[in-house]
Design a protein around this ligand. Structure first.
Ligand SMILES: Cc1cc2nc3c(=O)[nH]c(=O)nc-3n(C[C@H](O)[C@H](O)[C@H](O)COP(=O)(O)OP(=O)(O)OC[C@H]3O[C@@H](n4cnc5c(N)ncnc54)[C@H](O)[C@@H]3O)c2cc1C
Length: 470
C-alpha cells in the first residue's frame, strides 16, 4: 500500500501567509507535500528571463528558511507538471492537490487544462482557489466591483505553520529529477525576491515613502522611491493583494491627508481588473483586441527593434528608460507607456514585436497587466484613446535637468541640460566640446519625432473613423 498524501502546488503564490490552498490543506488529514515546479516549457518560453528565475529562487529560499524551525519541508522540483506528478504517483497515493488558480500566459492555460484531465484520470481531486479578486467562468457574471470589495474585506487566512505535517520525499525519488541550478547570480541592481522583502517594501511605503506618491508618480527617477515597488512581490505572490489592501486601509486611518494612499488603492484594484481581462480573453496575448487594427502595422523593422531593445535609438529619454529597465528590471508606469508608444506609434511596429522583450525585462511581468497595457498604449484595445507620447516633451517635463538621462547614458554626461533632450541640435563644435559627436559617440535619432508622430496620428485616426463607419 502506498502512503496517502495531499499536495499543495505552489505557483505564483510563493508565500506562507493568507494562502487559501495551504490553509485548507492543513485542515485535512493526510500529510502534505509542499511542492513548487520549475517547468522547462515555461522557463524556456520567450517571455521568461533569468531575472524572473532568480526572483523565484530567492522567494523559495525565503519560504524554506521560514519553515526550518517548524521542521517542514518545501520542495522545488525541475520538471513538467505531468512528469513530476506521474513520478510521485509511483511512490504515493495522492488524494487531493490544492493550488491557486493561475491566470497566466497561454502555456499555463494549456498546462492547467491538461493537468485537470490528468488528475481526473488518476482520481485525484484538484481543489483550486481564487487568486486575488480574479473570477472564473460563471462567477464572472457577478458585480465585479462588489466582489472585489468583499474579497478584500474578508479576513486573511492565518496559517499555523506548526500544524503542517510535511512529507519527506526520499532522496531516491528526488534524484530522478535533474537538479538544475538555473540561476545563481545575485543582482544588487534588482529587487530581491521573498515575502520578507515584500513586507519590508510595504512597510516603508506606508510609513514614509508614500508621501510623494502622487507628486512623483510620472518621474522616472523619483518614482523609484516614492512608488510602492510592490509589483514583483504581487506578481510572484510573495505578498497577497489582500494583505496590501488591508494594511493600506489601516495606515490610511492614521493619516490626515489620505490622497496618496487613495490614489494607490485605486491602482491595487487595477491590478486585478487587468488580470481579469486576460482571464476573460486569453487570445489578447497575441491578437489585437480590436481587430479593426489588424490591417495596420503589418511590417517589422528588425534594425529599429534592436535599437529600441538596446537603448540606441538616439532619443535620449527613450534610451535612458530602456537601459534602466534592462539593468534594473523596473520602470514607472508613465515611462513604460512612453516606451510602448514610441515603439508602436513613432516606429510604427506591431506591439507583438516588442511584447517579449518587455516581458523579459520587467521583473514584475504579469501577463494580464502586460498584454492589457501593451494593447491600451498601442491603441488596439476596445475604445482605446489614441495617446501618442512625445519622448522629448516627456523628458523635459519629468527629467528637466537630465539627471536620469545622464545616469543611464554616460555618452551624454557633459552635455548641458538645455541640450540633453535633443542633442542632435548641437552644432558640430558643441558636440566636440561636450565629448559627444552624434552618429559617433551617440546615435543619430532613428526617426524624426514630429514627423513620425504626425504620420502615426493620421493612420490611427483614419482607422478609427473607418471603425466608427465615418
Ligand atoms: C506597457 C506596460 C506594461 C506593464 N506591465 C506590467 C506588468 O507586467 N506587471 C505589473 O505589475 N505592472 C505592469 N504595468 C503597470 C505598472 O507600470 C506597474 O504596475 C507599476 O509601475 C509597478 O510599480 P509599483 O509597484 O511601484 O506601482 P504602484 O504605483 O506603487 O502601484 C501598486 C500596485 O498597483 C498595481 N498597478 C499599478 N499601476 C497599474 C496599472 N497601470 N495597471 C495595473 N496594475 C497597476 C501593481 O500591482 C502595483 O504593484 C505595465 C504598464 C505598462 C504601461
Amino acid at each position: 500500500m502506498l502512503p496517502l498524501i495531499n499536495v499543495v502546488w505552489f505557483k505564483k503564490d510563493l508565500r506562507l501567509d493568507d494562502h487559501a490552498p495551504l490553509y485548507n490543506a492543513i485542515k485535512k488529514n493526510p500529510p502534505l507535500l509542499l511542492l513548487h515546479l520549475n517547468e522547462p516549457s515555461l522557463l524556456n518560453a520567450p517571455d521568461c528571463d533569468c531575472r524572473h528565475l532568480r526572483f523565484i529562487k530567492e522567494s523559495i529560499q525565503d519560504i524554506q528558511s521560514t519553515l526550518i524551525p517548524f521542521n517542514v519541508l518545501f520542495y522545488s522540483i525541475y520538471g513538467e507538471a505531468e512528469q513530476v506528478f506521474t513520478a510521485l504517483l509511483r511512490h504515493y497515493k495522492i488524494q487531493s492537490v490544492f493550488s491557486h488558480r493561475e491566470t497566466g500566459n497561454y502555456l499555463t492555460y494549456e498546462r492547467d487544462k491538461s493537468m485537470a484531465r490528468f488528475f481526473k484520470n488518476e482520481n485525484i481531486i484538484w481543489k483550486e482557489f481564487q487568486q486575488g479578486a480574479v473570477l472564473r467562468g460563471s462567477e464572472n457574471q457577478s458585480d465585479w466591483n462588489q466582489s472585489w470589495k468583499e474579497y478584500m474585506q474578508a479576513p486573511l487566512y492565518s496559517i499555523q505553520l506548526h500544524q503542517i505535517r510535511s512529507v519527506k520525499v526520499p532522496e531516491t525519488i528526488l534524484s530522478s529529477f535533474p537538479s538544475k541550478d538555473y540561476t545563481s547570480n545575485v543582482s544588487f541592481l534588482m529587487q530581491p525576491g521573498g515575502s520578507n522583502f515584500g513586507h519590508k517594501y510595504l512597510y516603508s511605503f506606508l510609513r514614509e515613502r508614500s508621501q510623494y506618491y502622487g507628486k512623483h508618480i510620472s518621474k522616472p527617477e523619483e518614482s523609484r522611491r516614492s512608488c510602492s515597488r510592490l509589483s514583483p512581490y504581487l506578481t510572484y505572490g510573495n505578498i497577497s493583494i489582500r494583505q496590501v489592501v488591508q494594511s493600506t486601509e489601516i495606515a490610511k486611518m492614521e493619516l490626515e491627508d489620505k490622497r496618496n494612499l487613495s490614489f494607490f488603492q485605486e491602482r491595487l484594484r487595477w491590478h486585478c481588473h487587468f488580470i481579469q481581462k486576460l482571464e476573460r480573453n486569453y487570445t489578447m496575448e497575441w491578437q489585437n483586441v480590436n481587430n479593426n487594427f489588424d490591417s495596420i502595422r503589418q511590417d517589422t523593422n528588425p534594425e529599429w527593434i534592436y535599437a529600441w531593445e538596446t537603448g540606441a535609438t538616439g532619443i535620449p529619454m527613450v534610451d535612458a528608460c530602456m537601459r534602466c529597465l534592462n539593468t534594473t528590471g523596473y520602470l514607472n508606469f508613465r515611462m513604460r507607456s512612453m516606451l510602448v508608444s514610441f515603439f508602436t506609434h513613432h516606429l510604427f511596429q506591431p506591439w507583438q514585436a516588442g511584447a517579449y522583450h518587455l516581458a523579459r525585462m520587467f521583473l514584475d511581468y504579469e501577463p494580464g497587466i502586460h498584454y492589457s497595457q501593451l494593447q491600451m498604449q498601442a491603441g488596439t484595445s476596445n475604445n482605446s484613446t489614441i495617446r501618442i507620447y512625445n519622448p522629448i516633451k516627456q523628458g523635459k517635463e519629468h527629467d528637466p535637468e537630465g539627471y536620469f538621462i545622464k545616469k543611464w547614458i554616460p555618452e551624454l554626461t557633459l552635455v548641458p541640460f538645455t541640450m540633453i533632450h535633443e542633442p542632435w541640435l548641437m552644432s558640430l563644435m558643441e558636440q566636440k566640446y561636450y565629448n559627444c559627436v552624434i552618429g559617433y559617440d551617440y546615435p543619430k535619432p532613428i526617426v524624426d519625432i514630429n514627423l513620425s508622430g504626425n504620420q502615426a496620428r493620421d493612420i490611427l485616426w483614419k482607422t478609427k473613423k473607418k471603425e466608427n463607419g465615418m
